[in-house]
Design a protein around this ligand. Structure first.
Ligand code: F6P
Length: 359
């Protein structure tokens, strides 16, 4: 049996952990493992295909990033190709991909990625590729699994940052507004904000009213707490408004969500006349070593993906459900993206402890 691994989409701490666990599990079954560099570019002649052995994965289990590199721009169904006149045309190179996979004698693929990679894996499966997926994203917005690896590490990074903000905000009687990632899901903001005792948490699932945000800040002021911490998810938006975006995306790139914190800080300062400062935690949430929780989950996912191949569960995604790792059809996970439920006990507890959601 010869299998190939591919990492796609935004990177997340734990990718190398999955790679290590899958390679060791597969080689211990006597299988051969190949690594496709940069999503599927390695199979489309635009990067390498490398052998993955015990030696290749030795000592990478705790390292952030991915030794296979990754991309969120090279979708094989919409592969950007620069024309002689400089324009970019998108072409469907999926047939070529399946042909190359056969040429390399690849029997099955483990696709490690987020919603974009899952959608690609589903389409490749429908075209006949034997594929199993591992859900990866710091956003934790993939249905069918309680959690994706990368999420715990991103939340821990955000908590450390919010802890630091408390001391400087209090020293200056300021409002500090920190923007965290998550695209159109508010899990990172919600979990880090509650754990690090933020005063206001703004998430896409609850459009906010700036007046209510300022009421909370001024109420704290009147109670002698002259500083506030606002954690805002990059996809959060005001009632009647839309989410903020950043700059021009490159061809093939998804829209870049973000830029809400700076405007929010300016609006709060104007309305409350309190000094406000903003910051974007950005890619610090994507970098660095995975937490112990993520290392364990990613290891479990990697091993489960190899077992799913052995059981020929094609077109399925490994998933954490209750305390077990199971597999579910990729199609089911793609059905609807996971969003914060407003009756989630994390939301209810945040409100009960006095946190405002700006509503
Ligand atoms: O999906 C993971 C994620 O980190 C999002 O939270 C964020 O909006 C996006 O990727 C950033 O993408 P890029 O790394 O391409 O800027």
């Amino acid at each position: 049996m010869r299998i190939a691994l591919s990492t796609g989409g935004g990177d997340a701490p734990g990718l190398n952990t999955v790679i290590r666990a899958a390679v060791l599990s597969a080689t211990n079954l006597g299988w051969e493992v190949l690594g496709i560099k940069r999503g599927y570019a390695g199979l489309l002649g635009e990067d390498e295909i490398i052998p993955l052995t015990r030696d290749t994965v030795r000592g990478i289990g705790h390292l952030g990033g991915t030794i296979l590199r990754t991309t969120n721009r090279l979708n094989p169904f919409r592969y950007p190709r620069r024309e002689p006149n400089g324009t970019i045309r998108e072409e469907d190179r999926s047939d070529e991909l399946l042909h190359k996979a056969r040429e390399f004698g690849i029997d099955a693929v483990i696709s490690i990625g987020g919603d974009g990679s899952l959608a690609i894996a589903q389409r490749l499966y429908e075209k006949g590729m034997k594929v199993v997926s591992v859900p990866k994203t710091i956003d934790n917005d993939i249905s069918g699994t309680i959690q994706t690896f990368g999420f715990d590490t991103a939340v821990s990074t955000a908590i450390e940052a919010i802890d630091k903000l408390h001391t400087t905000a209090e020293s200056h009687d300021r409002v500090l507004v920190m923007e965290v990632m998550g695209r159109h899901a508010g899990f990172i903001a919600l979990h880090s904000g509650l754990a690090a005792t933020a005063d206001v948490i703004l998430i896409p699932e609850i459009p906010f009213d700036i007046a209510k945000v300022c009421d909370k800040i001024l109420a704290r002021d009147q109670a002698g707490r002259h500083f506030s911490i606002v954690v805002v998810a990059e996809g959060a938006y005001p009632v009647g408004g839309t989410h903020s975006t950043i700059g021009q995306s490159l061809p093939g790139e998804a829209e870049r969500v973000g830029g809400v914190a700076d405007r929010l800080a300016r609006d709060i300062q104007l309305r409350t006349e309190k000094e406000c400062r903003s910051l974007v935690l950005g890619h610090l949430q994507r970098g660095g070593m995975p937490t112990g929780y993520d290392r364990l989950l990613a290891t479990r996912f990697g091993g489960a993906a190899v077992r799913a191949i052995a059981a020929q569960r094609w077109g399925e995604m490994v998933a954490l459900q209750s305390s077990d790792i199971v597999t579910i059809p990729i199609k089911e996970a793609l059905g609807r993206p996971k969003r914060v439920r407003l009756d989630d006990d994390v939301v209810v507890t945040a409100r009960a402890t006095g946190i405002s959601f700006g509503d």
